[in-house]
Design a protein around this ligand. Structure first.
Ligand code: NAD
Length: 266
């Protein structure tokens, strides 16, 4: 379990959901982890310490440039390096709807966190990441969490969220192109539905969950570790010749047209 040995990883939104599972897994793979979250990450820190890993946390609102700058500085001061930026923090707001019904404040808040948050973290982390890449002789890695909705129109409208994830995908490609020869890779991770607190708010009863499952060829929601496996691959040097790509882990959603009756049964 040393796929991130010697690496320092900065993970936004690591207090819960996919980010928490990612922080624990990265630490188990040898990374020193910094969790940057608006919420309390003490449970994640405790779990990492109990498993023998190394982590620190900092309160950070990714939609604030100053807050992100301070959090990245804290990471570099604490562990002396920065090799992996895992831009995982994201929101999907209850009032996010179709283009005619989504309030401005929902659009602004979603874009501020999901898009500007990724951009601010890149803005402040890239310089130390380039330095760390020089020191360790391997490219540093940015993993930006987008979503399957960046590739496929979702039946349930959430226009601000979808716009934000499309932006994350496009931004990732551009960052990859800019830094490809300078010791920095950037890839997007595009999960399908995983039952974290973020999704549980929306698929709150059996009928809603069943309706979503119809569209998943594999017939089940993803498990957090199945997404984190992809994040780990992108973060580690195993993906050393991969940049500007989108890794979709979605139970087959974006690969298949499924009729309202569901996938064929054999
Ligand atoms: P979650 O709600 O369980 O966790 C999100 C974390 O981000 C929380 O710890 C929260 O405190 C933190 N956060 C929210 N706003 C923040 C801010 N302004 N600054 C710092 N931290 C903030 O969500 P999740 O399901 O684990 O989602 C993680 C990422 O995966 C998100 O980017 C989400 O869009 C993406 N994603 C999730 C799914 C899914 O089905 N769960 C599918 C596709 C993509």
């Amino acid at each position: 379990m040393t796929r991130l040995a010697g690496k320092v990883a900065f993970i936004t939104g690591g207090a819960s959901g996919l980010g928490r599972v990612g922080a624990e897994r990265f630490a188990a793979e040898g990374a020193r982890v910094v969790i940057a979250d608006v919420g309390d990450a003490s449970q994640t820190l405790q779990a990492i310490a109990q498993a023998g890993g190394t982590a620190a946390s900092v309160i950070c609102d990714v939609s604030s440039d100053a807050s992100v700058r301070e959090a990245v500085a804290f990471a570099v001061e604490t562990f002396g390096d920065l090799h992996v930026l895992y831009n995982n923090a994201g929101v999907m707001m209850a009032a996010d709807d179709d283009p005619t019904n989504t309030p401005d404040e929902v659009i602004e808040q979603t874009l501020n966190i999901n898009v500007k948050g990724v951009l601010y973290a890149c803005r402040h982390a890239i310089a130390p990441m380039l330095e760390s890449a020089k020191r360790c002789g391997e490219a540093s890695s940015i993993v930006n969490v987008a979503s399957f909705v960046a590739h496929l129109g979702a039946a349930t409208p959430q226009i601000a969220y979808t716009a934000s994830k499309g932006a994350v995908l496009a931004m990732t490609r551009e960052i990859a192109a800019i830094y490809a020869r300078r010791g920095l890779r950037a890839n997007a991770l595009c999960p399908g539905p995983v039952m974290t607190p973020l999704l549980a708010k929306f698929l709150s009863d059996d009928a809603k969950r069943e309706r979503r499952l119809v569209h998943i060829p594999m017939g089940r929601f993803g498990e957090p570790h199945e997404i984190v496996n992809g994040a780990l691959f992108l973060a580690s040097n195993e993906s050393s010749w991969m940049t500007g790509q989108s890794l979709i882990i979605d139970g087959g959603i974006t690969s298949a047209y499924v009729t309202p009756e569901g996938p064929a049964q054999s």
